[in-house]
Each structure stands twice: as structure tokens, then as C-alpha cells.
Ligand binder design. Structure first.
Ligand code: CMX
Length: 156
């Protein structure tokens, strides 16, 4: 039988184990655009941000352009195919912020196991490679307050 002082301490330890995931910052905001070429001048010429890289992510059927805004990046996403999830999202009349990506300090795989345990619907069952070589995994917006959520980590 635990006494009054020991029980709360044990509860704290259990809560800390259960809330293991550590988010250091928002890694990037994914912004869907029909054309990077047409959209980029707003971000560079009006907001004064620097586009430091572009990359085609074949398996996601997107072309990306990255801009730095302090510690947070903006990732412009242009569909490269009618089958792209981005094209489908745009075709439904959506545009602008498409997803929010959080940087996980202690492993996307651990975070996936933890959020899955908490009832969150996973899109990716395991981390995979994303743009800029990050390990990434998406959570379904239907279980994340309507926000398509990406967990990511820099590879070791
Ligand atoms: N934000 C919020 N809700 C979204 C969404 C988004 N970006 N995309 C889709 N949804 C919602 C839809 O509105 C829809 O809701 P309703 O049923 O109420 O209408 C529901 O999710 C299902 O959407 P859908 O149009 O039927 O699309 P799918 O189920 O085929 O796909 C999703 C949705 C999120 C599973 C798919 O887009 C996905 O797997 N996304 C992760 C990968 C990705 O986005 N890749 C592109 C970026 C790559 C990169 O950053 O490198």
C-alpha cells in the first residue's frame, strides 16, 4: 500500500512516461499552390523571404520551394501530377496552408507509437523520407482538429 506522499510521485512518473514526445518547434508550414513560379514573388518580393532550395519529391508528386522565416520554414507545394494529393486538395477549392509540421526531438517512430496509443489516426504507420532528407510521418486531419499534421525529425 502506498502512503500519501509516494502515490502522487508515482503518478507523475507514469504521466511523464506517457507524454514522452518532445516537440522542439514548428519545422515548417506546407502551403499548397498551383504554381510556384506564380506564387513565389509574393513571398520573396513582398514578404522579403529568401527561397533557398527547390526539390521535386517524386513519391508525393510535388515540387517544393523552401523559404526561411526565422526558425520556421515555409514549404510551397506545387502538384506535379493530377494524381497528387495537393492537386486533389486544390481541385476541391482549397488553397493556402495545407499542413503543419512539428519537429520531434526524440524520434518520429516513438511519437507515432505514442499518438497511435492515444487514438490518433495515422496516415503513415512508420517514418519515411520526405523533402530535405527529413524522416516524416503524417497524422490524419480527421483526428487532429482538422489540421493535417506532419511529424518530422532530422536524420542522425
Ligand atoms: N487539411 C485538412 N483537412 C484535409 C486536408 C488537409 N490538408 N486534406 C484532406 N482533408 C480532409 C478533407 O477535407 C476530407 O474531409 P471531409 O470528408 O469532411 O470532406 C478528408 O480529409 C478526406 O479527404 P479527401 O479529399 O477524401 O482526401 P484523401 O482521404 O484521399 O486524402 C489525406 C487526405 C490527408 C489522407 C492525404 O492528403 C494525405 O495522405 N496527406 C499526407 C501526404 C501529403 O499531404 N503529401 C503532400 C505533401 C508532401 C510533402 O510535404 O513533402
Amino acid at each position: 500500500m502506498f502512503n500519501d506522499k509516494v502515490v502522487p510521485l508515482q503518478l507523475i512518473v507514469i504521466i511523464q512516461i506517457y507524454n514522452n514526445m518532445k516537440i522542439s518547434h514548428i519545422e515548417h508550414l506546407g502551403i499548397a499552390v498551383q504554381s510556384i513560379e506564380e506564387s513565389l514573388p509574393f513571398f520573396t518580393d513582398v514578404l522579403g523571404l529568401e527561397c533557398y532550395a527547390t526539390e521535386v519529391v517524386e513519391d508525393q508528386k510535388v515540387k517544393t520551394a523552401f523559404l526561411k522565416c526565422g526558425e520556421v520554414k515555409l514549404e510551397l507545394l506545387e502538384p506535379t501530377s493530377p494524381e497528387s494529393t495537393i492537386q486533389k486538395w486544390l481541385d476541391k477549392g482549397n488553397k493556402g496552408v495545407h499542413h503543419v509540421a512539428f519537429c520531434i526531438e526524440d524520434g518520429v517512430a516513438n511519437a507515432l507509437a505514442e499518438v497511435s496509443e492515444k487514438g490518433i489516426r495515422l496516415i503513415d504507420q512508420a517514418p519515411r523520407k520526405g523533402a530535405e532528407g527529413l524522416n516524416i510521418a503524417f497524422l490524419h486531419p480527421k483526428s487532429t482538429c482538422g489540421i493535417l499534421t506532419e511529424l518530422c525529425e532530422h536524420p542522425e
